[in-house]
Design a protein around this ligand. Structure first.
Ligand SMILES: [Ca+2]
Ligand SMILES: [Cu+2]
Length: 368
């Protein structure tokens, strides 16, 4: 019997996609622990050292309210989808530099030219890693968005992803695709260890989840978006997400200016000078994922200082997998289904999985 390729995709941790977008906790779960209201961000006042590292902007650090109480029951009909972002709690992070944009194909190519690094998607999966997979499906590849011919139910196992043999960062849609004209698009098909390898080569590191959210909020507090509380500003989209009937072929209207991934920095920066902290591609953060991280932090201290995340991961939707945080949402996010372009919402990714909406950006630490 020949098993369909998605069996491998599942083995690859594909369920993180389902988990990301499906309900996180049953509606019958008790309400979250006491949820303090948002309080103003108290940014550090230390001026930015100079010169700034190329392509990076200064994030002053400080104390802020982390999390979101956006009405998750109304969020794309996914009850409880943002329970893991509660309670809102106070966190302090030190100052750091952050890439103004997601890492581009051109930047990642320099890294690979210099190091001959081979990403996870380019490696043949081993029988040891996937003992139950038939040998013929153990081929290098990655997960690629595949629009459906017709409307499909936006629940259960997502039908708009396929495990594509030969898909990797150089071949974002499979072997016949390439990067011509895509130099300034964010690199995708990046697993966690791929992002980590790049950051080490660049003398940088991945942001923690708290650093990422502090930076995304741009010194403001309690907003749904960096630009305000409405999805559009003066009728104009401020991020590359998805408009039209999701995920039907030909139905992404591209009203925001882009169908599919956009080159970096096509939308106004947030107050700290960061582009695309909402939409375009998901970004890895360094923390292990647990849905109860915020509850633990809130219970342990009035202000959690420089949190590094829990010491191991746990995702009730997919126990036994190892997951790290993903932030910002992607060009496939839509208010019909998944609005994780909203500030404070959280995503998660199985560390050896990659897809054509998964990228990253780096931070660089300065002596405090
Ligand atoms: Ca778009
Ligand atoms: Cu989304």
């Amino acid at each position: 019997m020949k098993l369909p390729p998605f069996i491998l995709a599942q083995a690859h941790g594909f369920f993180w996609l389902a988990a990301l977008m499906a309900s996180v906790q049953a509606a019958s779960e008790p309400p979250p622990v006491m949820d303090a209201a948002f309080k103003p961000t108290i940014a550090n006042t230390r001026p930015a050292p100079s010169p700034a590292p190329a392509g990076m902007v200064w994030i002053p650090g400080g104390e802020f309210s982390m999390g979101t109480n956006v009405d998750c029951k109304g969020m794309c009909n996914l009850a409880g989808a943002t329970q893991d972002a509660l309670p809102i709690h106070r966190v302090y992070v030190d100052a750091f530099w952050m890439d103004a944009t997601e890492v581009t194909n051109a930047q990642f190519a320099k890294f690979v030219d210099a190091t001959h690094y081979v990403t996870v998607a380019e490696q043949k999966p081993t029988q040891a890693e996937f003992p139950d997979a038939p040998p013929e499906v153990l081929v290098p590849g990655s997960i690629v968005f595949t629009p459906t011919p017709e409307r499909v139910p936006l629940a259960g196992f997502p039908q708009w992803w396929r495990y594509q043999a030969g898909a990797d960062w150089r071949h974002p849609n499979g072997p016949s695709s390439d990067l011509k004209g895509k130099e300034q698009l964010p690199v995708v098909h990046i697993a966690y260890e791929d992002a980590l390898a790049y950051t080490k080569w660049a003398g940088k590191r991945l942001p923690t989840e708290a650093e990422w959210e502090f930076a995304a909020r741009g010194g403001q507090h309690g907003k749904h978006f960096t630009w305000g509380d409405e999805l559009t500003l003066n009728g104009k989209f401020q991020a590359n997400i998805y408009q039209g009937t999701f995920p039907v072929d030909g139905k992404d209207s591209g009203e925001d200016g882009f169908i599919g991934i956009a080159p970096v920095a096509q939308y106004p920066a947030n107050p700290y000078g960061l582009h695309d902290m909402a939409g375009n591609v998901w970004e890895w953060v360094s923390d292990f994922y647990r849905p109860d991280t915020y509850a633990s932090q809130a219970a342990a201290a009035d202000v959690t200082r420089n949190p590094q995340g829990p010491s191991s991961s746990y995702d009730p939707d997919e126990p036994g997998t190892i997951k790290r945080g993903n932030r910002g949402g992607s060009f496939l996010c839509t208010d019909q289904y998944c609005t994780r372009y909203m500030l404070g919402t959280r995503g998660k990714g199985e560390v050896r999985s990659s897809s054509n909406h998964m990228g990253f950006r780096c931070v660089q630490i300065v002596p405090q």
